[in-house]
Design a protein around this ligand. Structure first.
Ligand SMILES: [Mg+2]
Length: 167
């Protein structure tokens, strides 16, 4: 069975919009990389996940994918703090008892955390997908407007089940 890795932010939950909204409400200097890093490292993730909407029934779609039993599925998510890991795991465990959850320190490529060869990555960030394909994996972009930026593209996770990806 093929490994399927699903990104969290911007794929399952619309956390990027929430983080941008919180950032805009501060008077943070966005051109200051140290201030930006500090901002991301000190976010309150229990609060973020409590106020963030899900994207296109992401949770239900993952359950459908798990039920189909055609992929070895895991969540592969970049993180900026230990609090972010703890709260993302708590959140996902409310819905999924035994899915694998792999946090990746923001400074590392997702390809350094797992073996990308022949595995699928669903991600909204084309930079991650480019690295993934360079490492021999299959990149699928998640984009609400179906802008693939050169990758195959979906805007609902259960569309994976209609693609020719099973081996
Ligand atoms: Mg993302």
């Amino acid at each position: 069975m093929r490994n399927l890795y699903i990104d969290f932010d911007g794929v399952i939950m619309d956390t990027i919009t929430t983080m941008n909204r919180i950032m805009d409400a501060t008077n943070l200097d966005k051109s200051d990389p140290i201030a930006c890093r500090r901002f991301y490292e000190t976010l309150d993730w229990a609060n973020i996940l409590a106020i963030t909407p899900e994207i296109n029934d992401g949770i239900e779609c993952i359950q459908k994918i798990l039920d189909a039993g055609v992929f070895d599925t895991a969540i592969l998510t970049h993180v900026n703090s230990l609090d972010e890991i703890v709260e993302k795991v708590k959140f996902l465990r409310k819905y999924f008892g035994n899915i694998t959850i792999i946090p990746v320190p923001k400074k590392l490529s997702k390809t350094k955390m797992v073996h990308a060869q022949d595995a699928i990555l669903v991600d909204d960030y084309s930079g991650n997908l480019r690295e993934w394909e360079e490492a021999g994996g299959i990149g699928i972009r998640f984009n609400l407007k179906l802008n693939g930026k050169g990758f195959r593209v979906i805007n609902r996770l259960d569309q994976l089940l209609e693609m020719d990806l099973v081996k």
